[in-house]
Structure formats: C-alpha cells, structure tokens
Design a protein around this ligand. Structure first.
Ligand code: PA5
Ligand code: MN
Length: 187
C-alpha cells in the first residue's frame, strides 16, 4: 500500500494512524521503582497520562514497516523520570527513533544484560540494534515527542521487562539525569 502521513506536533499526532494507545500511571505502577509513591501520586493527582502513541501498524504481516509517533509527558515518580514500559521485539529486529521535541534518553539493554543509553532530542536519530530491549525516558520539563519505525513482523515481548525491569534506572541527581543500578533487578 502506498501512502504518506503527516506529523502534526501542535496536535501531537500522526495522521493517518491505525492505532492510538494511551498509557496512564496506574498501568505503569510495577514499572517504577517506588510503587508506594506511584500510589500516592494517583491518590493525590489522579491517574495521569504518562504517554500516548499513534501507530501505522500492518499487524504481523511481513515485508512492511510499522511507524508512528510517541508523546511522553514530563514528570517523575520520586527521582525517577516518566518512562515507557519498554520491550524487546519478539523477532530480532532493529528500530529507528527520531527525536522531534523535548529532551530524553533511550535506555537499551542487550540480551546478555549490557546497558547503554543515548540522548533523544530534536534532530537526533537513534538506531536500536536487533536484540536490544528499549525504553524511552523524558528527562526534561516539556513533552518528549519522537518518531519510530520497525519491521512489521517484529512483534513485541513486554514480559521480560515487566518481570525483571532494566538493570539500570534513570533518575534525577542535582537537576541532571544519571544512570543508577536498579535495586530490584534480578538476572
Ligand atoms: O516499538 C517501539 O519501540 C515504540 O513504538 C513503542 O512501542 C512506543 O514508544 C511505546 O512504548 P512501549 O511499547 O514500551 O509501551
Ligand atoms: Mn520497539
């Protein structure tokens, strides 16, 4: 199918899209290190939207490229910045991220537990290699918006990250993001 899509940063979306997912704090409880603080935030501030994404998805069909736009809002749970769940792709497949607005990072972890992070900001392209789990983190005060594209038959595996997390956390220290060991990580 031949088509083009328009990114509208003011409206925070890509048009057309086949999928729009909104992820709130309550759905991310187990992904943050301080779950008591998440609960406290939900009770005092309500169930905030942490991120949403719009995707042109071809299902699990081979040969195409799924692509879309993610908007990750600013915020923190204690010292830990707002984040996406993160996942591995079921099939070893690379993914491209392009920063459009805001300041953030991509945290990546190889199958054997090596962790790397790279800035994600306007005009930055990050190449996530095949086999690396990935999560994005908003380390700024504005929304972090980025474009992503990956092979349509890659699939998503959310289970590994949900159960084990990433080996490192991105937290604020003296106003700057730093990488620290995840105290709850098990190999
Ligand atoms: O495939 C990707 O990496 C992105 O499209 C993400 O799915 C998107 O940013 C949302 O993050 P997650 O899938 O970890 O909830
Ligand atoms: Mn991905």
């Amino acid at each position: 199918m031949l088509f083009s899509a328009k990114i509208d940063l003011a409206k925070r979306m890509i048009e057309p899209h086949t999928k729009h997912n909104v992820v709130r704090l309550s759905a991310l409880k187990e992904y943050f290190n301080d779950q008591v603080e998440v609960e406290r935030m939900i009770n005092s501030l309500g169930d905030l939207v942490v991120y949403e994404y719009f995707e042109n998805s071809f299902g699990d069909e081979e040969e195409n490229v799924n692509f879309g736009l993610t908007v990750l809002y600013p915020g923190k749970v204690g010292r830990e910045y707002f984040l996406t769940r993160g996942h591995f792709h079921e099939k070893r497949a690379a993914e491209i991220y392009i920063g459009l607005e805001g300041e953030g990072v991509i945290l990546m972890q190889s199958e054997d537990g090596k962790v790397e992070w790279r800035p994600l900001e306007p005009n930055t392209v990050v190449y996530v290699p095949p086999g690396w789990g990935h999560r994005t983190i908003n380390t700024g005060n504005q929304r972090l918006t980025f474009f992503f594209a990956y092979p349509s038959d890659a699939g998503h595996d959310y289970e590994i990250v949900r159960r084990k997390g990433f080996a490192k956390l991105v937290v604020e220290e003296n106003g700057r993001p730093v990488l620290i060991d995840n105290p709850k990580y098990r190999t």
